[in-house]
Design a protein around this ligand. Structure first.
Ligand code: 5RP
Length: 290
């Protein structure tokens, strides 16, 4: 994978994607950039501790990398969120600018940067210019760019084949190295029409582990190289258990039954999420809008 890409960028891409099988288990914890201390990820240093040994890469905001991640940590790729400028208190979040420059990302030893685009939203043009600008500056530094086909609040019903295919292809046309999008019916078509590797987001927390494994399994079957998943891991009761189930599907070609058995067997005290804070229904609802 990633043939005909310069050595430096390829090396960084293989900090994000596992070179043993060209698959990717990326854990997304960047939600705080507009959601604040989202439940399940209130204390990133602690909430990621049991998860780090199982992932290929971590998607996070620059300030969480520098404040909460041990610089001595090895073997994990860092994908830094590079767009922002809003919060969940705004009417929507698509009016984004670049909050991180490629040079600063390299100074932080990032493996890549993530830029959201909001196709069809009010600020579509600005978000596409963010992507273009980042691709141009990142390419001079051999820094990979992950494009995120975000929908925001107003476009949240757009998680379907035609829309996701449009958004993913536009991201690839601009020069994104990897596209992150949502899973949908007919996802195979989205992947086929996108000439660069695709990873899927998990989206808002689903009801059961079976749902999470199902999404992962079918995304891989449809041609995704992996996931960039957040809330369905760290908002669950046993984050390290469900993460290992997802990992088994991505890296060990486990089927649904095998993965579910594995998750069941790992639901023990050691893997249980420590609930240090009370979480209101309103907070839970707020964290599931996007
Ligand atoms: C926010 C993001 C998130 O990283 C993305 O949505 C993945 O997390 P989740 O699996 O919780 O949806 O890009 O814009």
């Amino acid at each position: 994978m990633f043939e005909n890409i310069s050595w430096g960028k390829r090396n960084r891409l293989y900090q994000i994607v596992n070179s043993r099988d060209d698959r990717c288990l990326m854990l997304a914890i960047d939600h705080g950039y507009f959601m604040g201390p989202t439940h399940g990820m209130e204390i990133p240093r602690d909430d990621t501790a049991l998860l780090m040994p199982h992932i290929d890469s971590l998607m996070l905001s620059p300030g969480i990398l520098s404040s909460s991640i041990d610089p001595a940590m090895r073997g994990i790729g860092w994908v830094l969120r590079a767009t922002g400028g809003n919060s969940i208190l705004d009417a929507d979040i698509d009016n984004e600018g670049l909050i991180l420059q490629a040079e600063e990302a390299v100074r932080l030893n990032a493996s890549g940067v993530a830029v959201s685009i909001y196709i069809g939203a009010e600020h579509q043009h600005k978000s596409l210019m963010n992507l273009a600008h980042m691709i141009n500056s990142a390419s001079t530094l051999n820094l990979p760019v992950l494009a995120v086909t975000a929908v925001g609040k107003r476009m949240s019903d757009k998680r379907e084949k035609r829309y996701l295919s449009l958004a993913s292809r536009i991201a690839a046309e601009y020069g994104a190295d990897i596209v992150k999008t949502y899973f949908c019916d007919g996802f195979e078509e989205v992947v086929k029409k996108c000439p660069v590797p695709v990873v899927v987001a998990g989206g808002a927390k689903m009801d059961t582990y079976q749902d999470v494994l199902d999404l992962t399994y079918h995304a891989i079957q449809a041609g995704a190289i992996g996931v960039d998943m957040g809330r369905n891991i760290w908002q669950s009761e046993y984050p390290a258990a469900i993460l290992q189930g997802v990992k088994a599907i991505i890296h060990k070609n486990a089927d649904l039954k095998e993965a579910l058995e594995l998750v069941k067997g790992l639901q023990n005290d050691e893997n249980k999420r420590r609930m240090l804070f009370e979480t209101s229904e309103a907070e839970i609802k707020a964290s599931s809008i996007h």
